[in-house]
Design a protein around this ligand. Structure first.
Ligand code: AMP
Ligand code: ZN
Length: 103
């Protein structure tokens, strides 16, 4: 498996994991575009939103909830949640992830 996020999830690649549960990890983006820039990553390898299915409904809801709980914990008043979809619009890692950005 050559996916960098799967390697981080499986601890084959070093990374400061900020939070982990049975379905997600949260890490700091290595190349932050804002003072707070986190990535919420489902452990399930789904290449992108293009590949999600009905069976992922619950996981996707939980993805937003993890982001919300993190933002609350950090005391963020406002933030952006972004999912890039497809190489054509900026997705460079083919493992679904949610960006949390804040000032
Ligand atoms: P995307 O363009 O949505 O695919 O975003 C991928 C993000 O992952 C980029 O913002 C990268 O800076 C970030 N990134 C790539 N490799 C790593 C890594 N090893 N640890 C943390 N963030 C990474
Ligand atoms: Zn992966």
């Amino acid at each position: 498996m050559s996916c960098i996020f799967c390697k981080i999830i499986n601890k084959q690649e070093l990374s400061g994991i900020l939070y982990e549960n049975n379905k997600f990890i949260v890490i700091k983006d290595i190349n932050p575009k804002a003072p707070v820039h986190l990535l919420i990553i489902p452990k399930k390898h789904i290449p992108s939103v293009k590949e999600i299915g009905q069976e992922d409904k619950e996981l996707l809801g939980e993805l937003i909830l993890v982001a919300k709980e993190f933002a609350e914990q950090k005391g963020l008043k406002g933030y952006k949640l972004i999912i890039n979809v497809g190489r054509e619009d900026g997705q460079i890692i083919d493992h679904l992830h949610l960006h949390l950005l804040a000032q």
